[in-house]
Design a protein around this ligand. Structure first.
Ligand code: NAD
Length: 287
């Protein structure tokens, strides 16, 4: 796949109008597809080897994007690449999102193999449990608290910092942060560290959305309810069964359900949505 040349010149008439200092009021003259000529169509998806992230990788590939899947698990990345069989459009990077070096590698790999980054999905997250049950907040060791903050929150922060230059350069970008129902309301299944970081991700989303909106970049959060993934299967069966009784649609979500939403937020037609948190939970929390 060839890389798209870097350019600051937008083909969007609305963008030309705003960058020359004229009013932003009134309906934008740029319908969904007029930015096609200089739109960047490559994505970085973290935690992309399994669960929701793998669903997002698969969906974005089928949407026609080139994808860099970043994950700590070498084996899961290899399995994903084999299963999806898209060496033309899928590149994998092994690394921890909490490490700045991972982000440097992910962006460099995207540039070398695909082109500039246009979409970032900050999906990697951890929810430590003991024997499948949450740990009481008062008993969480400091090291575990710090690790959850590093992965769930700092990882996303580093991600936005790493990709923003490409997006600002192109005056187009889509950032999606994977929060959780646990960040929208209380949680009986996940720990205090998990709930706190998922709520903080919503704040990070709003703050970056405000900063980056003028550069054609949207930043949104998705707050999934219970989704069938290895993370969910890490909780004891009885707690998942309890949860299921509180889901009005009567079933858990699938990675594909979340991927469909991410696909929309990563595309052109979501251009008027930024700083939002979108719930996808089968009705188990109606904010
Ligand atoms: N499954 C759910 O019910 C649910 C609900 C709400 C929110 N979420 C959120 O969705 C995201 C994905 O959840 P999931 O259920 O697919 O999780 P999962 O544990 O099934 O998969 C997570 C993936 O992220 C990778 N990963 C973990 N730590 C990483 C790190 N430091 N750097 C890079 N990769 C890392 C793992 O190796 C794994 O491939 C998480 O942020 C999670 O908090 C999940």
């Amino acid at each position: 796949m060839s890389s798209t040349p870097r350019s600051r010149t937008s083909t969007c008439p609305w963008r030309r109008r705003t960058t020359s200092g004229r009013s932003r009021l009134g309906p934008p003259a740029c319908p969904p597809n007029t930015m096609a000529a200089d739109r960047v169509r490559h994505a970085i998806v973290t935690g992309g080897a399994d669960g929701i992230g793998a669903g997002v990788v698969e969906r974005l590939l089928s949407d026609g994007l080139g994808v860099v899947a970043v994950d700590v698990s070498v084996t899961a990345l290899e399995e994903l690449a084999t299963r999806l069989g898209r060496p033309d459009a899928l590149v994998t990077v092994v690394g921890d999102v909490a490490e700045p070096a991972t982000w440097e590698k992910a962006v460099d790999t995207c540039h070398a193999a695909l082109g500039p980054v246009g979409v970032l999905v900050n999906n990697a997250g951890i929810s430590p449990k003991t024997d499948g049950r949450k740990i009481a907040g008062r008993s969480i060791p400091l090291a575990e608290w710090r690790r959850v903050v590093d992965v769930n929150l700092t990882g996303a922060f580093l991600g936005v910092q790493a990709v923003a230059p490409d997006m600002v350069d192109r005056q187009w970008g889509r950032i999606v942060n994977m929060s959780s129902q646990a960040g929208r309301t209380g949680t009986v299944v996940a720990g205090v560290h998990y709930g706190a970081t998922k709520t903080a991700l919503i704040g990070l989303t709003r703050a970056f959305a405000g900063e980056l909106a003028g550069d054609g970049i949207t930043v949104n959060a998705v707050a999934p309810g219970k989704i069938e993934t290895p993370m969910m299967r890490g909780a004891v069966a009885e707690s998942n069964e309890d949860f299921l009784r509180g889901i009005p649609v009567g079933h858990f979500g699938s990675p594909g359900d979340i991927a469909a939403l991410v696909s929309f937020l990563a595309g052109d037609e979501s251009r008027f949505i930024t700083g939002a948190t979108v719930d996808a939970n089968g009705g188990s929390f109606m904010g």
